[in-house]
Ligand binder design. Sequence first.
Ligand code: NAD
Length: 359
Amino acid sequence: MTADDHLPLAVLAGDGIGPEVVPVAVEVAAAALEPHGIVVDRVDLPFGGHAIASHGAPVPQTTLDGLAETPLWVVGPHDSASYPDQLRTPPPGALLRTRFDLFANLRPARALPGVPATTPSMDVLVVRENSEGLYADRNMAVGAGEFMPTPDVAMSIGVVTRAATERIAVEAFEAARRRRGHVTIVHKANVLRLTTGLFRDVCLDVARRYPDVRVSQQHVDAMAALLVRSPDAIDVIVAENLFGDILSDLAGELSGSLGSAPSLNASSARAMAQAVHGAAPDIAGRGIANPVGMIGSVAMLLRWHGDRTGEHRVTAAADAIDAAVAHASANGARTADLGGAATTADVGAAVRAALSEVG
Ligand code: NAD
């Protein structure tokens, strides 16, 4: 066995349902890679509420050091709303994205076979800018991007730069070439004329380099309505941080359930699989969380790695995971949020069993 036959994965279970869905997703990855002769080397790192208890911080230095050494990460959600006040900002997810410049957040939404979806025909990819935008908590080198001049006045700093917009637009147009060849630029340039107007204009500049890709643009509020009314008209959405976050939750829920929605955060050097959903404290500890979003995120991580390195065995494992999830779903392995009765572990076992059927 050579070094190529080992795939190190940094694993951060996180809070709430994280310790339930993350191990299931890692087991599925290991099962999909095993027939290709690749062994997962799991590197567990402290993260979230447990890390506050053991290390005094949700993302301790030892975790940052471990992540710096490992390009592929599987990360559960945080429940920063439950942290002590002084440890809530920046939220752990934002800290990781900023520290490692994970500028591209790719969030596909597609209905699974057999799942009652509000919009069963949806097949959309939201490409969300991850490093700036209207999320003020990541916009300042020093100081906070939100502040209160008086107890009754709150202000927030939004940032849009040409460089960050250009690189996310390139991600969106490249993705469209691999899909149905259509990008919709989302903005609100009738009101936020300078910030989201710059975002729109830079995306349009990038569009000129992709004459084979069709371009549309929508205001974010109109886009929300369009996602419900005509999802077939949408292929790839490119949006700044806050708009992309909201639209991807909407698309995820419309195509089945927030719990099924996968997501990848990537720089040019490393990538983090982290499902769209949060820590779901309302159902944590009951073994009923839907692991499909986390499993799909891990499939995206493997595909990102396979495409980048030319390691076809890893790409094949990613394809097998997606096919196995669809197969298991069609055969009724669905958690309560999808109208089923399966537990988190049941779904994991069904997906692992389906790997041999789709392989
Ligand atoms: P949430 O996504 O945790 O939950 C929203 C609703 O969806 C809840 O009813 C929950 O039960 C349900 N849900 C979410 N994931 C599910 C799954 N896998 N299976 C079944 N049902 C699922 O959002 P929230 O309630 O706004 O946030 C709770 C905590 O999570 C907060 O502390 C928030 O800051 C944090 N959060 C973290 C992330 C992240 O780490 N990426 C993202 C969003 C929210």
